[in-house]
Structures are given as C-alpha cells and as structure tokens.
Design a protein around this ligand. Structure first.
Ligand SMILES: Cc1cc2nc3c(=O)[nH]c(=O)nc-3n(C[C@H](O)[C@H](O)[C@H](O)COP(=O)(O)OP(=O)(O)OC[C@H]3O[C@@H](n4cnc5c(N)ncnc54)[C@H](O)[C@@H]3O)c2cc1C
Length: 588
C-alpha cells in the first residue's frame, strides 16, 4: 500500500532500532513534536532484535556511566508510563577475575562504581562458591557483584520507546527505506524515499551498521564496520537458578545469562571476524538476518565455558547464533553533528552496548540537536574525534578485529592498538626508531612516546603499577632540565586565517585578547553560548592579516568544526596540519 508521508517536518530520524526510537522519544519528550522516523523494514529488524540484552550501569568515564545509569532508570520508569514491558530482569552482574592483574582491574572498577553511586560488592572465592554453587571457582581470585545490573528484552525496549515517541507526537513509518539524504548549500534539506521528498531541517542517522555506507554516498566519514558476534543458547538446564546474575568471565572472553531455564553463553573473542567480508557491504535487504554456524570459531570458548559451568558438559546446544554488530575504532559510540554537512547528526556505532546505553544515547543526541552542544564532556562519543582515514575500509576492517575483543581484554593504561598502525609516519621515522623510540599513535601519527635506554626493547610492558618506561621519562626529563631537550610535536593541529578581518574575527570568538603583533602568540579558549569550554588553543600572529591557530592533535576535526561554525561568512579557515612539522626546544 502506498504510504502518505508528510511533505515536511523538523527532524527525520532514519532507522528504527533501539537508538532511532530512543532519539525520536527524547526529541518529542523535550518538546520537538515534529519528528518523523523512517525505518527501512520493521522496527528492530537490523541488529536490535537479536541482542543478548545485558544492561550495566558502569562505563569507562563519568559521562558514559551517566548515560548507562540514565538508560536503566528510564527503562524502569517508561515501562509504567507507556504501559509496555521492557522485559527487565535485574538479577545483578558478577564479574570474575582469574589473574592478579584482572583482579586489580576489577577492584579498581569497584572503587569507580562507588564514586558514581553504583552499588557494588567485592566477593572472595568462597563467597562466590557459596552463592553460585554451579560455578567452578578454584582458579578465581575473586569477583565484583553489581546488584543493580541485569538484562532487558531488546524488542520490548525498542517498542516501548517507539510507543513513547508516538505518544509524544512522532510519526513512525516502517517499510520506508531512505534512498537519499538531500542537501542544499552544505546543509540538510530533506530525504528522498519511494520517489517522494520530505523536507526537513535536521536528519539523524540511527542506521546502525549501514551508517558507514550511507555516509560514503554523501561524502561523510562514519568510522564503523560490523563484526560477526556470537552466542549460543543451551537446552534447558535442571536447577539453573532464574536468579543467576549475568556472569562476565573476562579472562575467558565469555559471559553467561540465564534465559528461561537455559543458559545463554556469549563471547568477546580476541580476534573477531568482520561481517560481509567478501562484498564489504551490508546488503540493503538484510533483515532479522543471521550468519551460518561457525562452531570452529566458537569451540575454544565453549570449552572454557564448560570449565566454568561443568554442568554444560551434559547440556545440549539449542541455538547457535551469529549476527552483525557495528564496532568503531575505539569501542566508543559515534554521536553529534558531522563536520561535512550542517544539521546532519549521527547516533550509531554502539559496540555491543546499544541496549545498555540506548536510553542515554538518545537523550544526548536529542539535547545536542536542540541546543547545538552538550554541557558534558562527551568528547569520547563525539564523531569529530575521528578523521577521514578512520573510515577507510582497510583501516576500519582491520581495527574492528581488535575492538570487539578489547571490550573484554585488559583495559591497561597507555594501551596502544596493534591493528591499523603506521598510517602516518614522521619523515624521520626510521631515524627515531634507530634511537630506540617506542611509538604510540596520536591523531593517526606514529609518535615516539619514549626512548628505550641502554639497549632495552622499545615496547610497553603493560601494568597498573610502576610503568616500564618511567626510567626513560626520568632520563628525558632530567636531561631537559639540566641540558636541552628537542621534542617532536608535529601531530599538533594547525589552522590558518588570512584576511583583513582575521584579528577582529578572532577577538570575537576567543576568550583572550588576541595579540596583534607579528611573532606574538596568545593562549586562549573558545566557548559555547553557555560559557562551556569548547576548544583550548594558541593563536600566533604570523603577519598583520595572517594568524595561525595551534590546537591539540586529538581535537583536529572538532576544533576545525567549531571555529568554522563561528567565523563570519566569507572568512576561510585553512587546515595546514599536515604541511608543517613542529619541534619544541625546551630547557630550564
Ligand atoms: C550477538 C549480539 C549480542 C548483543 N548483546 C547485547 C547486549 O547484551 N547488550 C547490549 O546493550 N547490546 C547488545 N548487542 C548490541 C545491540 O544489539 C546493538 O548495539 C543495538 O541493537 C544497535 O542498535 P541500533 O539502533 O544502532 O542499530 P539497528 O538495530 O541495526 O537499527 C538500525 C536500523 O536502521 C535501519 N536502516 C538502515 N538503513 C536505512 C535506510 N536507508 N532507511 C531507513 N532505515 C534504515 C535498519 O533497518 C535498522 O532497523 C548485541 C549485538 C549482537 C549482534
């Protein structure tokens, strides 16, 4: 049947998974009622329908923890408000450690949890044995229990959010694949589907694993790619407690969830398999899709699971499941306005926590859209932390083989990625290497982090304690204090403005008084309209009408975006980052 779409609306949300429905719900809740959500097939038909549904409150940073806590609170509240079950089962979650290092990591997590007001209990081996007698515990150092964590029903959550969005005024259309994002003068003007155009001011891409290829068609870099993600469900197991918490056995890369008398066993293996490997493309018609069984890949983890739950030796497998989930280069999501097209927002790349963070991610996306910024440090989730090369197929496909496993790997301080390296080398890379440089990545550049002393191997030996590179840094620091140090700072971001109005413009968008004297530099910030700090940089007066702006390596795209957004029409900003090396000569 032909659908009648509105000819115009304020916001079009593309994608009806948990994220799109959450964005639509929050936009209407916060007062923007003129919202249309377009779903290619049926709600949940992408990745959402088959999630294991784990929800946990603690994240790697304060803002991400806030997002996850908000999510769980919202699901509990909204169930009642819209009278639709989210299928919540708050049995708690127990994370266990097999090694001293992991035990140290978990105890550190427990301290962080307390800091964020997340209820947590530290259990020793005997307590675990007593409370969860089905588990083999002899190899464990201990575990931490978060009683407030649990699981939700992914479809229940999505339909609940969709119901809330509809009640708030959003119009949701299924069987409505968007064919084209329309733009005019560098900004969003609408979408095209079924030979009809819907005009709009904003588009939010909540298109999950399709996002990278949708972006590609319109010159927008969206760095994510799907990996095959696995779990199995056993036959019913006698005496399996329905109150069993979610068990995360990080050192075995496995997790366990009680599932209506059966056990769901999921894995976060060290080296994952990129999905759609032959075509490098997510098919347009991939709905409620699964991949063929791959027991060879799963088997080592099944063996580890049998060791943890010996009862599995006699339990049959009822269902082997493999489905796609998108991963990003650093296992954090992609939110915010893209730098390439005005008013085009993304809300995707959920790294297997889309159900557990869907509520908060939708809230942040809606706030960002409505106010133009977020008054939280959300840089870890901002798509503008990445550069174009991050979405190159070679880079992203290689990287996601590592990102999936990283979620259950050790979260070492100073950890460097192994995959997708050597993208940008400094001109004298080999010379630095011969001096003993241990390289790390900064904004894509291979940069010497420290130099090995006395023929030591130039590599990190990861630890939560004394770092193996401290003696090198001590030597380098002392040498700089007592003699002179030459530092390579090439990855710094560099922009230039050349205009008779350059100084006036900079005075308007910077907090400091910008020095207008050739050779002088000014340290300054730029703020958003609420007075929050958006960028932190230095402005150098090269000539009367020529200024160079230097900001940190990691914030290149974000800072460029902010500055361009606030410069007057006709004033050009040039990115000269890759054109200049930077050396710092320091002494005291
Ligand atoms: C095996 C497995 C286990 C998981 N377990 C968990 C878990 O325990 N906990 C957890 O939090 N997460 C888990 N996840 C992850 C979770 O499922 C995802 O993070 C989440 O579903 C992503 O939601 P989404 O809305 O971003 O994507 P999707 O659900 O894929 O939604 C995107 C939607 O966009 C639509 N779309 C695409 N292109 C277009 C277009 N052109 N026009 C219109 N619509 C379009 C698609 O049809 C799709 O419905 C798991 C994932 C897998 C694979």
């Amino acid at each position: 049947m032909e659908k009648t779409y509105p000819t115009s609306t304020k916001v079009v949300v593309v994608g009806g998974g948990v994220i799109g429905c959450s964005v639509a719900y929050h936009l209407t809740k916060f007062g923007w009622k003129d919202v249309v959500l377009l779903e290619r097939d049926q709600l949940t038909s992408g990745t959402t329908w088959h999630a294991a549904g784990l929800v946990s409150q603690l994240g790697p940073t304060a803002s991400i923890t806030k997002i996850r806590k908000y999510t769980l609170d919202l699901y509990k509240k909204l169930e009642k408000e819209v009278d639709h079950s989210a299928g919540l089962r708050i049995n708690g979650a127990l994370s266990i450690a097999q090694t001293d290092a992991r035990w140290q990591e978990l105890k550190r997590q427990a301290t962080t949890a307390k800091l964020y007001d997340v209820d947590v209990k530290i259990l020793d081996k005997d307590q675990i044995k007593r409370d969860y007698s089905m588990m083999y515990v002899e190899d464990l150092k201990g575990g931490i229990l978060m009683p407030g964590d649990g699981a939700a029903d992914p479809s229940g959550v999505t339909y609940m959010l969709a119901k809330g969005a509809r009640q708030g005024g959003a119009k949701i259309f299924e069987q409505s694949p968007v064919e084209k994002i329309l733009t005019k003068n560098g900004r969003v003007s609408g979408v095209r589907l079924n030979s009809q155009d819907i005009e709009c001011e904003y588009v939010v891409l909540a298109t999950g694993m399709w996002s990278r290829q949708i972006g590609d068609k319109i010159g927008v870099s969206i760095p994510l790619y799907p990996a095959e993600h696995f779990y199995v469900i056993t036959e019913p197991i006698k005496n399996l407690s329905p109150k069993l918490p979610v068990i995360r056995d990080f050192d075995s890369s496995t997790y366990f969830k009680e599932d209506a008398g059966k056990l769901l066993i999921g894995i976060f293996e060290e080296k994952s398999i990129p999905a759609f490997d032959k075509t490098n493309k997510v098919p347009e018609n991939f709905s409620f899709g699964e991949f063929p069984e791959n027991f060879e890949h799963f088997e080592p983890y099944l063996e580890k699971s049998m060791k943890r739950f010996p009862i599995l030796e006699t339990a049959g497998i009822r269902k082997f499941f493999a489905g796609p989930e998108s991963f990003t280069p650093d296992t954090n999501s992609l939110l915010g306005e893209v730098p390439e097209i005005k008013n085009l927002f993304v809300s995707c790349g959920l790294n297997s926590i889309g159900i557990g963070s869907g509520g908060g991610v939708g809230k942040v996306t809606a706030e960002w859209l409505m106010t133009g910024h977020v008054n939280e440090d959300i840089f870890n989730y901002d798509i503008k932390r990445f550069q174009n090369f991050h979405s190159d197929l070679d880079f992203i496909k290689d990287r996601i083989t590592e990102s999936l496993g990283d979620l259950y790997g050790m979260h070492w301080p100073y950890k460097q990625y192994i995959t997708s390296r050597n993208i940008k080398k400094l001109p004298y890379h080999d010379q630095l290497k011969s001096f003993g440089a241990c390289f790390g990545v900064s904004a894509g550049y291979e940069r010497p982090m420290w130099f090995a002393l006395d023929g030591e191997k130039a590599e990190y030996k990861y630890s939560y304690n004394y770092q193996n590179w401290y003696p090198s840094v001590k030597y380098e620091t002392n040498n700089t204090i007592n003699n002179v140090g030459l530092y390579d700072l090439t990855p710094f971001s560099k922009f230039e403005i050349k205009s008779e109005l350059a100084h006036k413009e900079l005075q308007r968008i910077c907090t400091s008084n910008i020095k207008h004297e050739v050779g002088k530099c000014t340290y300054t910030q730029m703020l958003n309209k609420d007075g929050g700090i958006e960028t932190d940089l230095t402005v150098v007066c090269i000539d009367q009408n020529h200024f160079r702006i230097i900001s940190s390596a990691a914030t290149r795209v974000r800072d460029k975006f902010h500055i361009k957004k606030h410069l007057s029409d006709g004033i050009k900003l040039f990115d000269v980052t890759d054109e200049y090396c930077v050396f710092g000569i320091f002494w005291s």
